[in-house]
Design a protein around this ligand. Structure first.
Ligand code: AMP
Length: 397
Protein backbone atom coordinates (compact mmCIF):
# COMPACT_ATOMS: atom_id res chain seq x y z
CA UNK A 1 0.00 0.00 0.00
CA UNK A 2 1.38 3.38 -0.96
CA UNK A 3 0.51 6.62 0.74
CA UNK A 4 0.86 10.02 -0.89
CA UNK A 5 3.40 11.32 1.63
CA UNK A 6 6.13 13.09 -0.32
CA UNK A 7 5.67 11.74 -3.83
CA UNK A 8 6.79 14.09 -6.56
CA UNK A 9 3.61 14.81 -8.51
CA UNK A 10 4.99 17.72 -10.55
CA UNK A 11 2.85 18.07 -13.69
CA UNK A 12 1.05 14.82 -12.90
CA UNK A 13 -2.69 14.56 -13.39
CA UNK A 14 -4.08 12.63 -10.45
CA UNK A 15 -7.33 10.75 -10.91
CA UNK A 16 -8.85 10.90 -7.42
CA UNK A 17 -11.83 8.64 -6.66
CA UNK A 18 -13.68 10.58 -4.01
CA UNK A 19 -17.06 10.05 -2.39
CA UNK A 20 -19.22 13.05 -3.28
CA UNK A 21 -22.45 11.14 -2.81
CA UNK A 22 -24.02 14.03 -0.90
CA UNK A 23 -27.71 14.59 -0.11
CA UNK A 24 -29.49 17.18 -2.30
CA UNK A 25 -32.78 18.96 -1.61
CA UNK A 26 -35.45 19.39 -4.28
CA UNK A 27 -33.72 22.51 -5.58
CA UNK A 28 -30.46 20.58 -5.94
CA UNK A 29 -28.77 22.30 -2.99
CA UNK A 30 -26.32 20.21 -0.98
CA UNK A 31 -27.84 19.69 2.49
CA UNK A 32 -24.82 18.05 4.16
CA UNK A 33 -21.29 18.87 3.06
CA UNK A 34 -19.42 16.38 5.28
CA UNK A 35 -18.30 14.22 2.35
CA UNK A 36 -17.02 17.20 0.38
CA UNK A 37 -15.05 18.39 3.41
CA UNK A 38 -13.52 14.92 3.65
CA UNK A 39 -11.81 15.47 0.24
CA UNK A 40 -10.01 18.68 1.17
CA UNK A 41 -6.86 17.10 2.56
CA UNK A 42 -6.10 14.90 -0.44
CA UNK A 43 -6.84 17.61 -3.01
CA UNK A 44 -4.64 20.09 -1.11
CA UNK A 45 -1.88 17.49 -0.84
CA UNK A 46 -1.91 16.68 -4.58
CA UNK A 47 -1.75 20.36 -5.44
CA UNK A 48 1.03 20.98 -2.93
CA UNK A 49 2.99 18.11 -4.49
CA UNK A 50 2.72 19.77 -7.92
CA UNK A 51 -0.18 17.93 -9.51
CA UNK A 52 -3.66 18.61 -10.84
CA UNK A 53 -6.85 16.79 -9.80
CA UNK A 54 -9.38 14.83 -11.83
CA UNK A 55 -12.22 14.04 -9.43
CA UNK A 56 -14.34 10.94 -10.02
CA UNK A 57 -17.41 10.16 -7.94
CA UNK A 58 -20.85 8.67 -7.99
CA UNK A 59 -24.05 10.37 -6.86
CA UNK A 60 -27.08 8.30 -5.94
CA UNK A 61 -28.14 5.21 -7.84
CA UNK A 62 -29.00 6.39 -11.35
CA UNK A 63 -30.30 4.01 -13.98
CA UNK A 64 -28.47 5.50 -16.96
CA UNK A 65 -28.06 9.27 -17.42
CA UNK A 66 -30.28 11.22 -15.05
CA UNK A 67 -30.09 15.01 -14.86
CA UNK A 68 -31.28 14.99 -11.23
CA UNK A 69 -28.17 13.03 -10.26
CA UNK A 70 -25.69 15.06 -12.26
CA UNK A 71 -22.61 16.16 -10.34
CA UNK A 72 -22.94 19.55 -12.06
CA UNK A 73 -25.38 20.46 -9.28
CA UNK A 74 -22.66 20.31 -6.65
CA UNK A 75 -19.70 21.82 -8.47
CA UNK A 76 -20.14 25.31 -6.92
CA UNK A 77 -20.39 23.84 -3.43
CA UNK A 78 -17.30 21.71 -4.03
CA UNK A 79 -15.44 24.80 -5.21
CA UNK A 80 -16.57 26.79 -2.17
CA UNK A 81 -15.44 24.09 0.25
CA UNK A 82 -12.14 23.32 -1.47
CA UNK A 83 -11.59 27.11 -1.69
CA UNK A 84 -10.40 26.68 -5.28
CA UNK A 85 -11.98 26.97 -8.73
CA UNK A 86 -13.40 23.65 -9.90
CA UNK A 87 -14.25 22.96 -13.55
CA UNK A 88 -16.91 20.44 -14.52
CA UNK A 89 -16.88 18.06 -17.45
CA UNK A 90 -20.12 16.59 -18.78
CA UNK A 91 -18.81 13.04 -19.12
CA UNK A 92 -16.35 10.80 -17.33
CA UNK A 93 -14.97 8.86 -20.32
CA UNK A 94 -14.31 9.44 -24.01
CA UNK A 95 -12.02 11.52 -26.18
CA UNK A 96 -13.53 14.88 -25.16
CA UNK A 97 -13.12 14.05 -21.48
CA UNK A 98 -9.54 12.92 -22.09
CA UNK A 99 -8.77 16.13 -23.98
CA UNK A 100 -10.28 18.25 -21.19
CA UNK A 101 -8.20 16.59 -18.47
CA UNK A 102 -5.04 16.60 -20.59
CA UNK A 103 -5.20 20.40 -20.61
CA UNK A 104 -5.24 20.71 -16.81
CA UNK A 105 -2.36 22.72 -15.38
CA UNK A 106 -0.77 22.08 -11.97
CA UNK A 107 -3.13 23.28 -9.26
CA UNK A 108 -6.27 22.95 -11.37
CA UNK A 109 -9.24 20.74 -10.51
CA UNK A 110 -11.85 19.13 -12.75
CA UNK A 111 -14.91 17.25 -11.53
CA UNK A 112 -16.13 14.63 -14.00
CA UNK A 113 -19.76 13.57 -14.45
CA UNK A 114 -21.30 10.80 -12.30
CA UNK A 115 -19.48 7.51 -12.99
CA UNK A 116 -22.70 5.59 -12.30
CA UNK A 117 -24.32 7.05 -15.42
CA UNK A 118 -22.62 4.02 -16.97
CA UNK A 119 -23.90 0.67 -15.72
CA UNK A 120 -20.40 -0.70 -16.40
CA UNK A 121 -19.22 1.12 -13.25
CA UNK A 122 -21.10 -1.03 -10.74
CA UNK A 123 -20.53 -4.14 -12.88
CA UNK A 124 -16.79 -3.61 -12.36
CA UNK A 125 -16.24 -3.61 -16.14
CA UNK A 126 -12.56 -3.64 -17.09
CA UNK A 127 -12.93 -1.75 -20.37
CA UNK A 128 -14.81 1.02 -18.62
CA UNK A 129 -12.10 1.14 -15.94
CA UNK A 130 -9.51 1.39 -18.71
CA UNK A 131 -11.41 4.33 -20.26
CA UNK A 132 -11.45 6.07 -16.87
CA UNK A 133 -7.74 5.39 -16.44
CA UNK A 134 -7.01 7.50 -19.54
CA UNK A 135 -8.00 10.65 -17.65
CA UNK A 136 -4.74 10.90 -15.72
CA UNK A 137 -1.22 9.71 -14.90
CA UNK A 138 -1.70 8.35 -11.40
CA UNK A 139 -4.63 6.97 -9.42
CA UNK A 140 -5.60 7.86 -5.87
CA UNK A 141 -8.43 6.14 -4.04
CA UNK A 142 -9.91 8.33 -1.32
CA UNK A 143 -13.47 6.96 -1.32
CA UNK A 144 -13.39 4.80 1.79
CA UNK A 145 -17.20 4.59 1.88
CA UNK A 146 -17.24 2.66 -1.42
CA UNK A 147 -14.07 0.59 -1.00
CA UNK A 148 -16.12 -2.49 -0.13
CA UNK A 149 -17.54 -2.45 -3.66
CA UNK A 150 -15.62 -3.98 -6.53
CA UNK A 151 -16.57 -1.23 -8.97
CA UNK A 152 -14.59 0.03 -11.96
CA UNK A 153 -13.59 3.35 -10.38
CA UNK A 154 -12.97 2.01 -6.87
CA UNK A 155 -11.07 -1.22 -7.51
CA UNK A 156 -10.70 -2.37 -11.13
CA UNK A 157 -9.06 0.86 -12.34
CA UNK A 158 -6.08 0.23 -10.05
CA UNK A 159 -4.69 -2.45 -12.37
CA UNK A 160 -3.93 0.23 -14.96
CA UNK A 161 -1.62 2.05 -12.56
CA UNK A 162 1.08 -0.41 -11.45
CA UNK A 163 3.43 1.45 -9.14
CA UNK A 164 1.35 4.63 -9.57
CA UNK A 165 -1.63 4.03 -7.28
CA UNK A 166 -2.04 5.49 -3.84
CA UNK A 167 -4.36 5.70 -0.87
CA UNK A 168 -5.60 9.26 -0.32
CA UNK A 169 -5.40 10.99 3.06
CA UNK A 170 -8.95 10.05 4.10
CA UNK A 171 -8.49 6.40 3.19
CA UNK A 172 -5.16 6.40 5.03
CA UNK A 173 -6.81 7.81 8.16
CA UNK A 174 -9.68 5.30 8.00
CA UNK A 175 -7.23 2.40 7.69
CA UNK A 176 -5.24 3.73 10.66
CA UNK A 177 -8.40 3.95 12.75
CA UNK A 178 -9.42 0.38 11.85
CA UNK A 179 -6.02 -0.89 12.89
CA UNK A 180 -6.34 1.03 16.17
CA UNK A 181 -9.57 -0.80 16.90
CA UNK A 182 -8.57 -4.23 15.66
CA UNK A 183 -4.77 -4.42 16.07
CA UNK A 184 -2.77 -1.82 17.82
CA UNK A 185 -4.98 0.37 19.99
CA UNK A 186 -3.85 1.28 23.50
CA UNK A 187 -5.28 -1.36 25.84
CA UNK A 188 -7.81 -2.07 27.22
CA UNK A 189 -9.64 -1.81 23.91
CA UNK A 190 -13.42 -1.71 24.24
CA UNK A 191 -16.03 -2.19 21.49
CA UNK A 192 -19.57 -1.06 22.23
CA UNK A 193 -22.06 -2.71 19.93
CA UNK A 194 -25.75 -1.96 19.93
CA UNK A 195 -28.65 -1.68 17.52
CA UNK A 196 -31.45 -3.98 16.65
CA UNK A 197 -30.03 -7.31 15.59
CA UNK A 198 -27.15 -9.66 16.27
CA UNK A 199 -27.40 -10.98 12.69
CA UNK A 200 -26.11 -7.75 11.14
CA UNK A 201 -23.10 -7.72 13.49
CA UNK A 202 -22.40 -11.42 13.93
CA UNK A 203 -19.25 -11.48 11.80
CA UNK A 204 -17.94 -8.39 13.56
CA UNK A 205 -18.48 -10.09 16.91
CA UNK A 206 -16.60 -13.20 15.78
CA UNK A 207 -13.70 -11.06 14.56
CA UNK A 208 -13.54 -8.50 17.38
CA UNK A 209 -13.75 -11.04 20.17
CA UNK A 210 -10.22 -12.08 19.16
CA UNK A 211 -8.97 -8.52 18.79
CA UNK A 212 -10.38 -6.35 21.58
CA UNK A 213 -10.35 -6.83 25.38
CA UNK A 214 -14.02 -6.14 26.13
CA UNK A 215 -17.28 -5.88 24.27
CA UNK A 216 -20.37 -4.16 25.60
CA UNK A 217 -23.48 -5.53 23.92
CA UNK A 218 -26.56 -3.34 24.26
CA UNK A 219 -29.74 -2.56 22.30
CA UNK A 220 -31.97 -5.28 20.91
CA UNK A 221 -28.86 -7.41 20.26
CA UNK A 222 -28.37 -8.04 23.94
CA UNK A 223 -31.48 -10.21 24.41
CA UNK A 224 -30.21 -13.06 22.21
CA UNK A 225 -27.14 -13.20 24.49
CA UNK A 226 -29.25 -13.03 27.64
CA UNK A 227 -31.32 -15.98 26.35
CA UNK A 228 -28.12 -17.86 25.43
CA UNK A 229 -27.21 -17.52 29.13
CA UNK A 230 -30.57 -18.96 30.17
CA UNK A 231 -32.43 -15.73 30.93
CA UNK A 232 -36.02 -14.96 30.04
CA UNK A 233 -36.56 -11.85 27.94
CA UNK A 234 -40.36 -11.69 27.46
CA UNK A 235 -41.30 -10.22 24.11
CA UNK A 236 -37.97 -8.46 23.56
CA UNK A 237 -36.33 -8.72 20.18
CA UNK A 238 -34.40 -11.96 19.88
CA UNK A 239 -33.00 -14.22 17.17
CA UNK A 240 -33.63 -17.86 17.97
CA UNK A 241 -31.41 -19.11 15.16
CA UNK A 242 -28.44 -17.25 16.63
CA UNK A 243 -28.60 -18.63 20.17
CA UNK A 244 -25.87 -21.18 19.38
CA UNK A 245 -23.65 -18.48 17.89
CA UNK A 246 -24.20 -16.31 20.95
CA UNK A 247 -23.22 -19.25 23.19
CA UNK A 248 -20.11 -19.83 21.09
CA UNK A 249 -19.08 -16.17 21.32
CA UNK A 250 -19.60 -16.23 25.11
CA UNK A 251 -17.43 -19.38 25.33
CA UNK A 252 -14.65 -17.91 23.17
CA UNK A 253 -14.68 -14.86 25.44
CA UNK A 254 -14.48 -16.94 28.59
CA UNK A 255 -11.68 -19.16 27.29
CA UNK A 256 -9.59 -16.26 26.05
CA UNK A 257 -10.05 -14.01 29.07
CA UNK A 258 -12.16 -11.46 27.24
CA UNK A 259 -15.13 -9.71 28.79
CA UNK A 260 -18.59 -9.60 27.28
CA UNK A 261 -20.56 -7.00 29.18
CA UNK A 262 -24.34 -7.32 29.01
CA UNK A 263 -27.06 -5.08 30.46
CA UNK A 264 -28.23 -5.82 34.03
CA UNK A 265 -31.61 -4.15 33.67
CA UNK A 266 -33.93 -2.94 30.93
CA UNK A 267 -36.72 -0.42 30.50
CA UNK A 268 -39.58 -2.34 28.97
CA UNK A 269 -42.97 -1.61 27.49
CA UNK A 270 -45.92 -3.79 26.51
CA UNK A 271 -46.13 -2.37 23.02
CA UNK A 272 -43.48 -1.04 20.63
CA UNK A 273 -45.63 1.86 19.45
CA UNK A 274 -47.75 2.64 22.46
CA UNK A 275 -45.48 3.26 25.43
CA UNK A 276 -48.05 4.26 28.08
CA UNK A 277 -46.74 1.51 30.34
CA UNK A 278 -43.03 1.43 31.09
CA UNK A 279 -41.42 -0.76 33.74
CA UNK A 280 -37.85 -1.69 34.71
CA UNK A 281 -36.91 -5.38 34.82
CA UNK A 282 -33.78 -7.34 35.50
CA UNK A 283 -32.73 -8.07 31.88
CA UNK A 284 -32.65 -11.81 32.50
CA UNK A 285 -36.13 -11.79 34.07
CA UNK A 286 -38.35 -9.83 31.72
CA UNK A 287 -41.97 -10.95 32.02
CA UNK A 288 -44.01 -12.32 29.13
CA UNK A 289 -45.81 -9.49 27.33
CA UNK A 290 -43.02 -6.93 27.99
CA UNK A 291 -40.27 -5.93 25.58
CA UNK A 292 -36.96 -4.34 26.57
CA UNK A 293 -36.50 -1.10 24.66
CA UNK A 294 -33.63 0.57 26.53
CA UNK A 295 -30.97 -0.26 29.10
CA UNK A 296 -31.78 0.68 32.70
CA UNK A 297 -29.89 2.59 35.41
CA UNK A 298 -27.77 -0.34 36.68
CA UNK A 299 -26.66 -1.13 33.14
CA UNK A 300 -25.75 2.51 32.57
CA UNK A 301 -23.55 2.42 35.67
CA UNK A 302 -21.93 -0.88 34.65
CA UNK A 303 -21.26 0.32 31.09
CA UNK A 304 -19.93 3.63 32.37
CA UNK A 305 -17.35 1.81 34.53
CA UNK A 306 -16.14 -0.21 31.55
CA UNK A 307 -15.96 2.91 29.38
CA UNK A 308 -13.99 5.09 31.75
CA UNK A 309 -11.48 2.31 32.47
CA UNK A 310 -10.72 1.66 28.75
CA UNK A 311 -8.07 3.35 26.63
CA UNK A 312 -9.37 2.81 23.08
CA UNK A 313 -13.10 2.71 22.42
CA UNK A 314 -15.12 1.94 19.33
CA UNK A 315 -18.86 2.54 19.37
CA UNK A 316 -21.41 1.31 16.86
CA UNK A 317 -25.15 1.15 17.44
CA UNK A 318 -27.60 2.59 19.97
CA UNK A 319 -28.38 1.05 23.37
CA UNK A 320 -32.13 1.31 22.87
CA UNK A 321 -34.86 2.76 20.72
CA UNK A 322 -33.21 6.17 21.00
CA UNK A 323 -35.55 7.72 18.42
CA UNK A 324 -38.20 7.77 21.20
CA UNK A 325 -37.37 10.13 24.06
CA UNK A 326 -38.61 7.57 26.66
CA UNK A 327 -35.93 5.11 25.49
CA UNK A 328 -33.09 7.51 24.67
CA UNK A 329 -31.47 7.72 28.11
CA UNK A 330 -29.27 4.62 27.69
CA UNK A 331 -27.75 5.87 24.46
CA UNK A 332 -27.45 9.41 25.82
CA UNK A 333 -25.61 8.08 28.87
CA UNK A 334 -23.17 6.23 26.60
CA UNK A 335 -22.51 9.55 24.83
CA UNK A 336 -21.84 11.19 28.23
CA UNK A 337 -19.51 8.41 29.38
CA UNK A 338 -17.63 8.56 26.09
CA UNK A 339 -17.29 12.30 26.59
CA UNK A 340 -15.74 11.70 30.03
CA UNK A 341 -13.37 9.13 28.52
CA UNK A 342 -12.32 11.49 25.74
CA UNK A 343 -11.63 14.23 28.30
CA UNK A 344 -9.18 11.81 29.93
CA UNK A 345 -7.40 11.45 26.58
CA UNK A 346 -8.98 8.19 25.49
CA UNK A 347 -9.23 7.50 21.76
CA UNK A 348 -12.97 7.42 20.98
CA UNK A 349 -13.96 6.21 17.53
CA UNK A 350 -17.55 6.19 16.32
CA UNK A 351 -18.79 4.54 13.16
CA UNK A 352 -21.84 3.10 11.49
CA UNK A 353 -24.98 4.93 10.32
CA UNK A 354 -27.14 4.84 13.42
CA UNK A 355 -24.47 5.76 15.95
CA UNK A 356 -23.83 8.91 13.94
CA UNK A 357 -27.57 9.64 13.81
CA UNK A 358 -27.67 9.04 17.58
CA UNK A 359 -24.71 11.35 18.12
CA UNK A 360 -26.41 14.06 16.09
CA UNK A 361 -29.65 13.67 18.02
CA UNK A 362 -28.32 13.13 21.53
CA UNK A 363 -24.79 14.32 21.93
CA UNK A 364 -22.42 16.94 20.85
CA UNK A 365 -20.01 15.17 18.51
CA UNK A 366 -17.01 17.46 19.01
CA UNK A 367 -15.58 15.18 21.71
CA UNK A 368 -15.29 12.14 19.44
CA UNK A 369 -11.72 11.52 18.29
CA UNK A 370 -12.82 10.20 14.93
CA UNK A 371 -16.09 9.57 13.13
CA UNK A 372 -15.72 7.07 10.33
CA UNK A 373 -17.08 8.13 6.95
CA UNK A 374 -17.74 4.54 5.91
CA UNK A 375 -20.85 2.63 7.03
CA UNK A 376 -20.69 -0.71 5.22
CA UNK A 377 -16.99 -0.32 4.43
CA UNK A 378 -16.14 0.17 8.10
CA UNK A 379 -18.27 -2.74 9.26
CA UNK A 380 -16.81 -5.08 6.64
CA UNK A 381 -13.29 -4.05 7.65
CA UNK A 382 -14.14 -4.84 11.26
CA UNK A 383 -15.36 -8.25 10.14
CA UNK A 384 -11.72 -8.81 9.17
CA UNK A 385 -12.20 -8.46 5.41
CA UNK A 386 -9.71 -6.71 3.19
CA UNK A 387 -11.85 -4.40 1.09
CA UNK A 388 -11.60 -4.82 -2.71
CA UNK A 389 -10.71 -1.14 -3.19
CA UNK A 390 -7.92 -1.40 -0.61
CA UNK A 391 -6.65 -4.76 -1.88
CA UNK A 392 -6.47 -3.40 -5.43
CA UNK A 393 -4.09 -0.67 -4.24
CA UNK A 394 -1.75 -3.28 -2.80
CA UNK A 395 -1.80 -5.75 -5.71
CA UNK A 396 0.94 -4.95 -8.16
CA UNK A 397 -0.52 -6.75 -11.10
P1 AMP B 1 -28.96 -1.16 13.67
O1 AMP B 1 -29.37 -0.63 12.32
O2 AMP B 1 -28.88 -2.64 13.72
O3 AMP B 1 -27.73 -0.47 14.21
O4 AMP B 1 -30.16 -0.84 14.63
C1 AMP B 1 -30.55 0.47 14.97
C2 AMP B 1 -31.95 0.42 15.48
O5 AMP B 1 -32.02 -0.47 16.57
C3 AMP B 1 -32.48 1.74 15.96
O6 AMP B 1 -33.45 2.20 15.08
C4 AMP B 1 -33.07 1.42 17.34
O7 AMP B 1 -34.36 1.95 17.52
C5 AMP B 1 -33.15 -0.09 17.32
N1 AMP B 1 -33.08 -0.70 18.67
C6 AMP B 1 -32.18 -0.47 19.62
N2 AMP B 1 -32.47 -1.15 20.73
C7 AMP B 1 -33.61 -1.84 20.48
C8 AMP B 1 -34.42 -2.73 21.24
N3 AMP B 1 -34.12 -3.02 22.51
N4 AMP B 1 -35.50 -3.24 20.65
C9 AMP B 1 -35.81 -2.93 19.38
N5 AMP B 1 -35.09 -2.10 18.60
C10 AMP B 1 -34.00 -1.56 19.15
Amino acid sequence: MFFLDNQDLTNKKAIIRVDLNVPLDKNNNVTDTTRIEACIETVDKVIKLGGSCVLLSHLGRPKGKDDKLSLKHIVDTVSLILKRPVAFHKDCIGSEAELATSLLKPGQIMLMENVRFYEEETAGDTRFAQSLSKLGDIYINDAFGTCHREHSSTAVISKFFPGKKFAGKLLQKELEVISQIADEGKKPVLAILGGAKVSSKLKILYNLIHKVDRIIIGGGMAYTFIRAKGGTTGNSLFEEELIENAKEILTIAEESGKEIILPEDSLASTDFDNNDKIKTFKTSEIEEGWMGLDIGGESIEKFNKAIISSNTIFWNGPMGVFEKEQFALGTRSICNSLKQAKEKGVNVIVGGGDSIAALKKLGNKEWVTYISTGGGALLESLEGKILPGVKALSDDS
